[in-house]
Design a binder for this molecule. Structure first.
Ligand SMILES: [Zn+2]
Length: 70
């Protein structure tokens, strides 16, 4: 499996050449740490309300994110 790329803007991890989360193309293969934000029981619920990690990283959608992007 190829290493996923991390979006420099929202830290979303993807195999595409464009970030599916914010539509940005500023992707990096140089990142450390992966964070998985699981969906809440209510899929529309903001993960920042229930997850410390999501609120610290300002993640508003469940998914896989890089902890640190260079
Ligand atoms: Zn993004």
């Amino acid at each position: 499996m190829a290493k996923m790329k991390a979006c420099r803007d929202c830290h979303f991890l993807t195999n595409e050449s464009q970030c599916p989360n914010c539509k940005g193309t500023n992707l990096s293969t140089s990142y450390t740490g992966i964070v998985v934000i699981l969906p809440a029981r209510d899929p529309l619920e903001d993960p920042r309300k229930t997850s410390y990690v999501a609120s610290r990283l300002n993640i508003d959608k469940p998914g896989k994110y890089a902890l640190k992007v260079r």
